[in-house]
Design a protein around this ligand. Sequence first.
Ligand SMILES: [Zn+2]
Length: 286
Amino acid sequence: MNYIVLDLEWNQAVSRRRLITNPIVLNGEIVQIGAVKINDTLAEIDRFNELIKPKFYTTMHPTVRDLTGIKNADIQKGRSFPEVINAFRQWCGKDFAFITWSMTDLSVMKDNLTIYEMAADWLPPCYDAQKLFDRQFIDDDHQHSLGYALYLFKEKPLECHDALNDAVNTVTVLRHMMGDEKLSPDYLDLGADEPMYYAHLKIKPELVEEDPDLSTFRCFDCDEDVICRNWKKQTSYQLVTIGRCGSGHEFFVRLRFKKIHDGLYEVYRVVYDLDDELEEIYEELE
Ligand SMILES: [Zn+2]
């Protein structure tokens, strides 16, 4: 399966009076589709980049124009939304999933298909790279911009708010997040689960098993110590286990290691309420 890393730019109504509200409130009309097609090893296969001539919001909103650099003259040269969508679908191929930075792009895409009375049943599963990033690299629950993610990985971004550049930027962040691992729906799904707790620790790798900071934490239900043993390797830089407290509360615990330099790792510990699906993931690991 291929992954289409997708980014859209959309225009807005220039005034409240011009806002389309029927049959849906059209908050944004797509004026650019940018996408990078990658395989499960994150190798680039192809790029897609097209401007779209809008039908509803035909004058660029000044704020959008300044943000994206897309001018009225540019969109005049674009093809219509139905033409571009058909070309885009052709380009996507058969077996694919979307990856976007936040889920806003997907809802804008759905709105645009609706307003143009076009089918939406071809839309594939869509995974949220922002959520993956926030939940694996950040120990708070805020949403972080693509620019911030690039900054964290010490990458110089291509100019943001261009659809193709942002798709390429998202691929860059994904490569940092995945390391040598392969993309898979399982991985992308799991990363999007709602964790209940984050910790950000610095450790020496040889101490993983016996480091009390890693192997215990306070139970969220009863405040007793949760003991984490029998770690299993989920990927080459992720350990998971099921932690239990003395009162029998159970949690799915994941440690994610990022090497800072030899002998020192940053560890992100994410704790989930144990459910059948997570238990099965743990049981199936060696
Ligand atoms: Zn407990």
